[in-house]
Design a protein around this ligand. Structure first.
Ligand code: PGA
Length: 255
């Protein structure tokens, strides 16, 4: 089994050009680097992707997009074509983040189309899933998460095909995103283990190698207890990924 760890910063609609410059300059000075046992990614705002690619330097951090279009190309004002993200130098795209689902109309159907489109353009996909507080309190967490996985991967209009580590799942309980409330390592591991079972049932041995990230108020103070769980392979981190020292601490969590 070749899984180790993956730490991805989701910058959302944050960071100015000068903050981005400081971020990468500091990480380069600190010697933070993408390594085979700790892969690193950052998803900046789309207009900052090229700037980030220019600044990654020796960190070799992979730069990705926060979303992409379900369409290949054409008259879709404001959309981001996966093939052009790939051409620009993006390595991955997030798909189905809960903010996209609740604020911008992403549905299981469009998430399935976006996933197929991104994978066929050669981008890696980080598929985001997770339940709301109401769903958790109603005891529906696993049901919701399984139905989001099926909607995106196995029951959608498009067949999802991928190889190697092209697909990553990010489990992000909606109630934990940006709230300071993290799922306990046990709560997270319970869901991650169920996701792992789904992946193995669906993809056989390949399911063992798919990274499953946890997201929702991950920070240097709680990263270790989460990543020590057997099915938590890294983090998708918003707020705590914005500053270089904090991102560095997350990347070096086991040193
Ligand atoms: P947070 O965001 O770390 O600020 O909770 C995580 C995410 O939305 O991906």
């Amino acid at each position: 089994m070749s899984r180790k760890y993956l730490m991805v910063g989701n910058w959302k609609m944050n960071q100015s050009l000068s903050e981005i410059e400081t971020f990468f300059k500091t990480l380069n000075q600190m010697g933070v680097k993408y390594q085979c046992d700790m892969k690193l990614g950052i998803a900046p705002q789309a207009m900052h992707i090229s700037k980030c690619l220019d600044l990654v330097g020796d960190t070799n951090i992979v730069i990705g997009s926060q979303t992409c279009s379900e369409f290949e190309s054409g008259a879709y004002t404001g959309e981001l074509a996966p093939k052009n993200l790939k051409e620009l130098g993006c390595g991955f795209t997030l798909i189905g983040h809960s903010e996209r689902r609740t604020l911008f109309g992403d549905t299981d159907h469009t998430i399935n189309l976006k996933t197929a489109n991104a994978l066929s353009a050669g981008l890696d996909v980080i598929l985001c899933i997770g339940e709301t507080l109401e769903e958790r309190e109603a005891g529906k967490t696993l049901e919701v998460v399984m139905s989001q996985l099926e909607g995106a991967l196995t029951k959608g209009e498009k067949k999802i095909e991928f190889t190697g580590n092209q697909l990553t799942i990010a489990y992000e309980p909606v109630w934990a995103i940006g709230t300071g409330k993290t799922a306990t390592p046990e709560q997270a591991e319970e869901v991650h283990a169920a996701i792992r079972k789904f992946l193995i049932d669906t993809y056989g041995d390949m399911g063992q190698n798919i990274f499953i990230l946890y997201g929702g108020s991950v920070k240097p103070a709680n990263v270790k207890e989460l990543l020590e769980k057997p099915n938590i392979d890294g983090g998708l981190v918003g707020g705590a990924s914005l500053k270089a020292d904090s991102f560095a601490a997350l990347s070096n969590w086991n040193q």
